[in-house]
Design a protein around this ligand. Structure first.
Ligand code: PLP
Length: 454
């Protein structure tokens, strides 16, 4: 006899209750049929029919440590037996230790953590801090970005997910970040793209008024919008611009952080220290919701004598923080960050190079660590995407057919627009990643069948 006995154990009932009562994100409710999942372990999850999928999406690129990690489960059970909840107004052991561990990993003088329940609340509060710290209003945010779905976070977002929430918060100015394959600046090399993207930022700052700009936010490596790895020198250039004009630099590492890029934080790859880092997802792989903002001493000092006008009932939730302590400890013990880095250099990059040589529909591969994208095209010369930007319905058929071919073969892909991303859990063994890449290779025949180039 358990208090959980009423939770259904059969697929039909799970599906029936979902359809009757659950309202899903980003969906037309009547047009979806969510697959009930029965269990998950390591880098695989299994449906009720017993079909196992190798997860090349890490769900929403958050299960960096894989499913059902026994040490994570034991730690959560142990801490739940000790303590479950206390308000943010008290000091709590797990929260204190999680903050110590996170700030120890963070670069430079980023020495304080404001905990949230997830990524949107992190970017929302980073923006709030930057505005109060500078006394300025405007925030520069990139096109081709995602920062979350609360009012400020969605206003900063630079993709179609923002459209349904407009008109939104005032003072957000969008800019183009670097993207050599589809350059907004007609660049012909990564160096040129870097220089022109930085000049574009300077031009926008000049016309918007430097004294009105509180922050520049960017995804260190752009995630859902294409795994856009910045050219060397870009982040250092943004840092320089921020210093020159007294603008707060916010690195949104909700997706790119905690091992995903083969570093604890993606900024470490370029040795750049932002003023604020937002995190969530990989900090504890979503075993319990958690996110936060890591704050520089200078910005934290703004709120030494002055109240910070923000908070959450569950800021620094003890059980969530305990799971972050466990996750960071396991990452260190098992060398997961280094493993992710090697997956990138030794397994994924070479395999994708072969795949790109074989499949005409692969226009470009790019990435690092356990964070890669294949950009699929109809024509390599014109770079026409395999499906139009923001395609849905019949227009999206080539990508849907490709994803279907992956799923049929037991691989769960992460597809977005005309791209498929390779984002397995960061501790996936190399042979399993290779297995997934072999399936991807087969399924790309479907994408090739839509190729119209010569
Ligand atoms: N920032 C980035 C870069 C993200 O990828 C996401 C989510 O995908 C968010 C913010 C929002 O995080 P959450 O969904 O936890 O609110």
């Amino acid at each position: 006899m358990s208090d959980l006995d009423s939770i259904p154990t059969d697929e039909a009932r799970v599906r029936e209750l979902d359809r009757a009562h659950v309202f899903h994100s980003w969906s037309a409710q009547a047009l979806i049929d969510p697959l009930p999942i029965a269990s998950a372990e390591g880098s695989y999850f299994t449906d009720y029919a017993g079909k196992r999928y190798l997860d090349f999406s890490s769900q929403l690129v958050n299960v960096n440590i894989g499913y059902s990690h026994p040490r994570m489960i034991a730690a959560i059970q142990e801490y739940a037996g000790r303590f479950t909840t206390i308000s943010p107004a008290f000091a709590n052991d797990a929260r204190s230790e999680a903050a110590r561990l996170i700030t120890e990993l963070a670069p430079g003088d980023l020495n304080r953590v404001f905990f949230t329940n997830g990524g949107a609340e992190a970017t929302e509060n980073a923006m709030r801090m930057a505005r109060l710290h500078t006394g300025r209003h405007k925030v520069f945010a990139a096109y081709r970005s995602y920062h979350g779905a609360t009012a400020g976070a969605i206003a900063m977002t630079g993709d179609p997910r923002r459209w349904g929430s407009e008109p939104g918060m005032t003072g957000i100015v969008h800019y183009w970040g670097p993207y050599p394959y589809r350059s907004a600046f007609h660049s012909t090399s990564a160096e040129e793209e870097c220089a022109r993207a930085l000049q574009h930022l300077r031009d926008l700052i000049a016309v918007e008024g430097p004294a009105t700009i509180a922050a520049i936010i960017l995804e260190t490596v752009v995630g859902t919008n294409g795994i856009l790895v910045p050219p060397d020198g870009y982040l250092a250039g943004v840092r320089e611009i921020c210093d020159e004009f007294g603008i707060v630099m916010i690195a949104d590492e909700v997706m790119a952080g905690f091992g995903r890029c083969g570093e604890w934080f993606a900024v470490d790859h370029w040795g750049v220290t932002p003023d604020l880092i937002t995190f969530a997802k990989g900090v504890n792989s979503g075993y319990i919701p958690l996110g936060g903002v890591i704050i520089s001493e200078r910005i934290a000092a703004t709120f030494d004598q002055r109240l910070f006008p923000g908070g959450l009932t569950y800021s620094g939730h003890p059980l969530a923080c305990a799971s972050a302590v466990a996750s960071i400890t396991i990452f260190k013990d098992e060398g997961i960050v280094e493993h992710a880095r090697r997956l990138g250099t030794d397994v994924i990059e070479p395999a994708l190079a072969k795949i790109a040589a074989k499949h005409p529909s692969v226009g470009e591969v790019r990435g690092l660590g356990a964070f890669w994208a294949l950009e699929l095209v109809r024509d390599r010369d014109t770079r026409e995407p395999l499906v139009p930007y923001n395609a849905s319905g019949a227009e999206a058929k080539p990508m849907n057919d490709f994803a279907g071919a992956c799923k049929q073969r037991g691989l769960w892909p992460f597809t977005h627009f005309n791209r498929t991303h390779v984002v397995p859990p960061c501790n996936t063994p190399a042979d399993q990643v290779s297995e997934g890449l072999a399936i991807l290779d087969e399924a790309l025949d479907v994408a090739d069948s839509f190729y119209t180039g010569s």
